[in-house]
Design a protein around this ligand. Structure first.
Ligand SMILES: *Cc1c(COP(=O)(O)O)cnc(C)c1O
Length: 356
């Protein structure tokens, strides 16, 4: 028998979350962002739940090819564009849409021989200072792309730094409108946070990622409460041993947890080699047999230990949910000083995954 750990991908939850995004941006088309192997869910496993989307956004050419092989004939957007001239052959062959964000890409595109009109999303750096042309140079870049005979449609694009936070989107909206003034064409601005929280950013296309997987863009569960998002991944395992500790005894490597009184400890078959964060401190939430309890001591490679005090009925074979249904991934992430994105993306290849 394999170790009891498994991840379940909830197809209906993905479809539900796509609907939630659509309800927030009813007039926009949706690029469902499936980069990083669908945020760790697996492109192949996420695809059935997201097939009602208008397009898929991702980074790797091989992920785009995998989508075509699954039968997806609709739009696919490369969010960082291409990295070398040879990529443009694949883009042409598979009919992909590409981001263009820098002068090097403009030069490569000018030298490309394309068999069909290429749709370009021309990216503006509206203040995040990661990718794109600054507002002052945007129109010139647009005119250069428009002059290329191989290019068909040009979509105007930017990306927000703070759509989930206090600074918000206004400073970038102002820069975007300034740089894109009088330039015709569809616009594509909104990530999940902007899709859910900033309707003025919606335009023709939105680009939600984390929301499709049921995560919170800010990493705070409270920020998405009541929106109807459902977790798309549940990571669960079982208790494989129970220890009775006396007061003063310690648990696991480094003896970082000491029992103050006699207590029962459950050993769960999940460790950092499964993608569970090693830095999860004592107090990180876990569900055992449906009851909320906590990690105690240091997470090891294949196991972690939990406090069974609130779950007296727990024994070897009891279910343990690490995140997902019944335990928001952002609550776990928050205890670990990170966000749900990082945990879901880190699910290790050795964890068996089922679709349900
Ligand atoms: C990842 C990404 C998104 C999706 O972001 P979320 O915060 O997951 O919604 C949208 N646009 C671009 C360019 C991205 O790289």
């Amino acid at each position: 028998m394999p170790r009891p750990i498994r991840a379940t991908i909830h197809t209906a939850a993905l479809a539900n979350n796509l609907d939630v995004a659509r309800r927030h941006a009813p007039d926009a088309k949706v690029w469902s962002v499936v980069k990083a192997n669908a945020y760790g869910h697996g492109i192949e496993r996420a695809f059935p739940g997201l097939r009602e989307t208008d397009g898929f956004g991702l980074l790797d050419l091989n992920e785009a090819v995998r989508l075509r092989e699954l039968g997806w004939a609709g739009p696919i957007l490369l969010l960082e564009g291409f990295f070398e001239p040879a990529d443009l052959k694949v883009i042409d062959e598979y009919g992909l849409t590409t981001t263009v964000h820098c002068d090097e890409q403009l030069r490569m595109l000018e030298g490309a021989r394309l068999s069909k009109p290429l749709t370009v999303q021309l990216k503006m750096n509206s203040g995040m200072n990661r990718l794109g042309f600054v507002p002052e140079r945007y129109r010139a870049a647009w005119e250069r792309v428009r002059a290329m005979p191989g290019v068909g449609q040009i979509v105007l694009m930017t990306h927000f730094s703070d759509a989930d936070g206090e600074r918000g989107v206004d400073y970038q909206m102002e820069a975007f409108e300034r740089g894109a003034r009088d330039i015709p064409g569809e616009r594509c601005l909104a990530n999940s946070a902007a899709t859910l929280f900033h309707p003025q950013t919606h335009y023709a296309w939105v680009r939600p990622g984390i929301a499709l997987y049921g995560g919170s863009p800010s990493g705070r569960t409270a920020d998405v409460e009541g929106l109807g998002l459902q977790p798309a991944m549940t990571l669960e395992s079982e208790v494989i041993a129970v220890q009775e500790l006396g007061a003063g005894q310690t648990v696991g490597y480094g003896s970082v947890f000491t029992a103050e009184r006699p207590m029962r400890i459950g050993v769960v078959a999940c460790g950092y080699a499964d993608g569970y964060p090693r830095h999860a401190p004592t107090g990180t939430p876990v569900l055992v047999a449906g009851i909320l309890t906590q990690v105690v001591g240091r997470v090891s490679m294949d196991m972690l230990m939990v406090d069974l005090s609130p779950v007296p009925e727990a024994r070897v074979g009891s279910n343990a949910v690490l995140w997902g249904r019944g335990l928001p991934i952002d609550d776990v992430a928050c205890a670990c000083g990170t966000i749900g994105y990082e945990l879901m993306c880190a699910l290790a290849p050795r964890v068996p995954v089922i679709e349900q």
